[in-house]
Design a protein around this ligand. Structure first.
Ligand SMILES: [Fe+2]
Length: 454
């Protein structure tokens, strides 16, 4: 604990790389033709289902803990699932369009489902009391033009865009549940013709772009456990919003993309999770006001944007979001899961009634510049705030314990770098105690360069 509290730097800096929305017009252009499922320098990813045409199949949780099987196929018809011992037809969620030239299929699984199989792939059903939860976020490969400058990540190099390695390592931990805290889609600007760093990258809000940014590199993770998906600002309608609703949002397909969708609850074990759409920061407070505490149930919130950690979201368009009075009592929320800021940042707020806020925005996209040059690990102590930051790539696991959770920050290989104990109880402010490990003391990745004038 003493190491956690030791201050290396007194302030949290403002971060220049937060994922700001622009009016940038995304385009569906292919700079070079490559197999879109071959990313990160790896071999193409193939669905474990071995069903012809199927590109991905997974289960996700939706409002009121509904379990949804979803399949993306190149065919115009949806495949059959074997539920328990009977064959059931999937429904068409989205027909093929020029931008999304695939069929998206789905089926809400009946509550008596004990097994769901697609071809040779057994789809994971939620555990009644999940023991291990993987949390990750901000995973895509950044190709973005802003004010004449191209922010370019080397999408073909796992050393500079390691999402596939992160996802595979997360899958290898054998989670019972996965929570992605948003910002899946980063391929917005076109890769300049001839540029070797992003050659083959497909831009725009299209299936091929989404496949490169999330579904191909994340395929093994999607096949590892049911997932809860949180919408990030990269999934606003002007950015990846059509892909969000076509491919990922667990609710019925809307007639048109909407920037703000309502919050919902789902249950896992003896907890409930409030899922909040914070893609548009103006949707935060209205969403906070729509959901009401249930004092008899441990409650987590999951939303893309941090709002308790000072300075964490530097791009809000109005006043920073605050909790309504009914949510301010200690223990009403026991944990807040977020991303958006491209680093690991675990924060608690002594002297207040606020819950700890975990930022896991280090899943693959460009990282923030480290507070201390050349150093991945940083701890902060200032009035009302204790935090540990890690400026490197990875994900987190939460393992159930008798009085809370063992929270383990892991690097791209799955090796633990920070051990934390999350102690939670009804009506009590959650305590977060973190101990950085020697494995955390590594130099941060070289900060990506911005190419000016392109
Ligand atoms: Fe974001």
């Amino acid at each position: 604990m003493s190491r956690f509290l030791r201050a290396y730097a007194p302030f949290i800096v403002a971060f220049g790389f937060a994922c700001k929305q622009t009016n940038h017009e995304t385009q569906n252009l292919k700079s070079e033709q490559v197999d879109p499922s071959a990313v990160g320098g790896s071999n193409p990813r193939v669905s474990s289902s071995a069903v012809p045409g199927v590109k991905a199949a997974w289960t996700e949780l939706g409002p009121n803990s509904t379990v949804i099987a979803r399949v993306i196929t190149e065919l115009s018809t949806c495949p059959q699932l074997i539920l328990n011992s009977g064959s059931v037809s999937m429904n068409v969620r989205a027909k093929s369009t020029p931008a999304f030239a695939v069929t998206v299929c789905e089926l809400t699984l009946p509550s008596d489902t004990t097994s769901a199989v697609l071809g040779t792939q057994r789809l994971h059903l939620p555990k009644s009391n999940p023991q291990r939860i993987v949390v990750l976020g901000d995973t895509g490969c950044r190709i973005k033009e802003e004010k004449g400058a191209l922010q370019l990540q080397d999408c073909n190099n796992q050393a500079t865009w390691p999402f596939q390695q992160v996802a595979d390592s997360a899958a290898a931990t054998a989670p019972d549940l996965i929570i992605h805290v948003g910002d899946f889609h980063y391929r917005e600007a076109n890769c300049p013709v001839g540029n070797q760093e992003c050659i083959g990258a497909i831009s725009g809000d299209t299936w091929e772009s989404w496949q490169q940014d999330f579904f191909a590199p994340g395929l093994r993770l999607l096949e590892a456990a049911p997932i809860i998906v949180i919408r990030g600002n990269h999934e606003l309608c002007a950015r990846g919003g059509n892909g969000w609703f076509t491919l990922l949002d667990p609710r019925p397909m809307p007639a048109a993309c909407i920037d703000s969708s309502p919050p919902y609850f789902l249950q896992f074990g003896d907890h409930q999770l409030a899922v909040i759409d914070a893609a548009d920061d103006q949707n935060m407070v209205p969403s906070f006001n729509q959901i009401k505490p249930i004092p008899s149930t441990l409650t987590w919130w999951a939303l893309h944007r941090p709002f308790l950690t000072p300075g964490a979201d530097d791009e809000v368009t109005g006043a920073p979001a605050k909790l309504p009075p009914e949510w301010q009592t200690a223990g009403t929320i026991s944990l807040v899961l977020t991303g958006h800021k491209h680093l690991l940042s675990y924060n608690q707020f002594p002297g207040t009634s606020q819950p700890p806020e975990l930022i896991n925005g280090h899943g693959g996209t460009y990282l923030e510049k480290p507070t201390v040059k050349g150093q991945s690990l940083n701890t902060v102590t200032q009035p009302g705030l204790q935090s540990v930051e890690w400026y490197n790539y990875g994900f987190a696991t939460l393992d159930r314990q008798s009085e809370g959770w063992a929270l383990t920050a892991r690097n791209v290989n799955g090796t633990p770098v920070i051990n934390c104990k999350v102690t939670e109880a009804l009506g009590t402010q959650t305590n977060l105690a973190c101990t950085p490990l020697d494995a955390a003391n590594v130099p941060p990745p070289q900060h990506p360069k911005e190419k000016l004038g392109l």
